[in-house]
Design a protein around this ligand. Structure first.
Ligand SMILES: *[C@@H]1O[C@H](CO)[C@@H](O)[C@H](O)[C@H]1NC(C)=O
Ligand SMILES: *[C@@H]1O[C@H](CO)[C@@H](O)[C@H](O)[C@H]1NC(C)=O
Ligand SMILES: *[C@@H]1O[C@H](CO)[C@@H](O)[C@H](O)[C@H]1NC(C)=O
Ligand SMILES: *[C@@H]1O[C@H](CO)[C@@H](O)[C@H](O)[C@H]1NC(C)=O
Ligand SMILES: *[C@@H]1O[C@H](CO)[C@@H](O)[C@H](O)[C@H]1NC(C)=O
Length: 477
């Protein structure tokens, strides 16, 4: 009797944890100067039990690495290709053949979705992608249908939560943005008729970042801030309120039961006063607990499908929106986990499994050589920062407390590492020198770069060429 109960309890726990892990996917972006090998990243996903990934393109090396893993994949078409696919159906057909069908052999890649564009209606794009997006979506879905995969693979458009808003702080006043309301209505009805989901990116961090009066606790999931009351429903966090604003907007567009996927959600760890490991951990702890409870939101209780943003820090992302853009990873650039993550939601925080087999460049740094004449410094620091990543130096960031010399060294080192430690990249008109003494200062990390995937492949290819030449020489002898 007791044993049976334990058995039932254990299997319930197992089912609960499996559910969470399967519902939570990750975004795998690759805008970094030194990416790990796709195969290394895929093994890291597997080691952490991550079962879904969302990509930002259809890079064949990356997609092939996912074959046979059972990991569900969302491929993507970048915004700058939307015109190409909106213009001719044949372009879409060709893309599906080369980038989808190719991977769908027995034991191949489990492709579930194709993202057509990425947040194409951001107001900062000034309407550039308003015209081509829907025609591109239709052409891609038509091509998927024609290839015989229409039931299994759905085309959709990941959209930023700025495509809708509420006239008040109440979700029930929500609707799609006025300038795109007709277009959004057409899009959601097309998606709905095709059984495709609405994919939305929701960022509590940005609510806090963009509004100095925003109540901090409302960005998290622990309660502790004044709830918003809407038609008798209490909203205790901005995520639920935002999500339900979308639910209301969909209702008003005539598709009240449309499936919603959260395409991106996460918290950055550097580059702003609210972007740090403590806050990120607090956010993910609360969010994972919510996912584990299958509570959903007040208007959509139950199971929810989400993709965390993002998997790995990306040092080449644009920092136009803010320095935090390069620090969204739940893993560092070298595949080390940043914090514990509770993928079961039952309070069992575990450090995630780091990437294995990552190769580092030599343990050396490029630093400022003290100089009496500082007149050349500003131009050299600007040069270094503009071509590398100084996003950890700003106010509230991990390296903001460096002294003047430390600042200069940080910039020089970032450039040197990003140039794969090329000796000539550590000169700066004679202001810099290479050292083997770890230049990190307190919590400010002066990183040593890793050998990037491209370089590793080139060096292996080089070795192979030498081997082949040797063989030929031996045979000739
Ligand atoms: C496949 O997708 C990639 C990335 O979007 C793109 O560069 C490539 O041109 C596509 N291949 C074809 C044949 O369209
Ligand atoms: C949008 O317009 C603004 C202001 O005119 C301009 O600064 C920005 O570069 C434009 N962005 C794009 C993507 O065209
Ligand atoms: C500092 O260096 C600059 C550029 O080499 C030079 O023009 C300037 O005269 C120097 N200043 C002093 C005080 O040596
Ligand atoms: C270091 O650089 C950062 C970013 O440019 C700046 O905010 C900070 O004031 C600098 N610190 C010193 C001591 O110059
Ligand atoms: C340099 O020191 C930092 C901080 O102590 C440490 O995290 C990092 O691993 C060290 N780097 C190397 C290459 O030893």
């Amino acid at each position: 009797m007791v044993r049976a109960e334990i058995l039932i309890w254990v299997s319930c726990m197992l089912i609960a944890s499996i559910n969470v892990v399967e519902a939570v996917g990750v975004n795998w972006g690759t805008m970094m100067s030194h990416p790990m090998l796709p195969y290394t990243v895929v093994n890291m996903l597997k080691a952490n039990g991550i079962k879904k990934v969302k990509l930002f393109d259809a890079d064949s090396w990356t997609v092939s690495a996912l074959a046979g893993t059972g990991i569900e994949v969302m491929l993507a078409i970048p915004n700058d290709q939307l015109n190409h696919f909106s213009r001719h159906y044949d372009n879409a057909k060709h893309w599906v053949k080369k980038n989808v069908t190719k991977h769908l052999y027995n034991g191949g890649v489990d492709i579930k979705y194709v993202a057509v564009g990425n947040e194409p209606f951001l107001t900062s794009y000034n309407g550039t992608f308003l015209k081509p997006t829907l025609p591109a979506l239709k052409n891609i879905q038509k091509a998927l249908d024609a290839a015989g995969y229409g039931d299994k693979i759905k085309a959709t458009i990941p959209l930023n939560a700025d495509v809708y808003s509420s006239a008040s702080d109440k979700p029930s006043d929500g609707n799609f943005r006025k300038d795109i309301r007709d277009l959004m209505t057409e899009i959601v009805q097309f998606l709905h008729s095709n059984n495709a989901p609405f994919v939305v990116n929701i960022y509590p961090f940005l609510s806090l970042y963009g509004n100095p009066d925003f109540p901090v606790e409302f960005a998290f999931f622990n309660g502790g801030s004044k709830p918003t009351i809407d038609k008798g429903i209490q909203y205790t966090n901005v995520f639920d309120a935002n999500y339900d604003t979308l639910v209301w907007s969909l209702k008003k567009a005539g598709v009240p039961d449309m499936k919603i996927i959260v395409g991106e959600i996460g918290w950055p760890t550097d580059g702003d006063k609210n972007a740090n490991v403590q806050f990120a951990q607090k956010f993910y702890d609360g969010f994972m607990k919510k996912m584990a409870s299958n509570k959903g939101t007040p208007l959509r209780p139950g199971h929810m499908e989400v993709y965390l943003f993002g998997l790995i820090d990306e040092n080449m992302k644009s920092i136009a929106p803010g320095d935090f853009e390069r620090h969204w990873g739940i893993f560092e650039y070298d595949g080390k986990p940043k914090f514990t993550m509770d993928f079961t939601g039952d309070g069992h925080d575990k450090l995630m499994v780091a990437a294995k087999g990552v190769q580092y460049l030599p343990s050396q740094w490029c630093v400022f050589k003290e100089s009496k004449n500082m007149s050349l410094v500003p131009a050299n620091v600007n040069y270094a920062c503009s071509l590398s990543d100084c996003s950890s130096l700003g106010y509230g960031s991990s390296c903001n407390n460096l002294d003047v010399n430390g600042n200069i060294s940080f910039a020089f080192n970032m450039y040197f590492q990003m140039q794969s430690q090329d000796v000539e990249a550590c000169d700066f008109q004679g202001l810099a020198e290479i050292t083997t003494k770890n230049a990190s200062v307190g919590t400010c990390l002066f990183p040593v770069q890793i050998v990037s995937a491209g370089e590793r492949i080139r060096s292996v290819a080089g070795v192979n060429t030498v081997a082949v030449l040797l063989m030929i020489v031996l045979v000739l002898l």
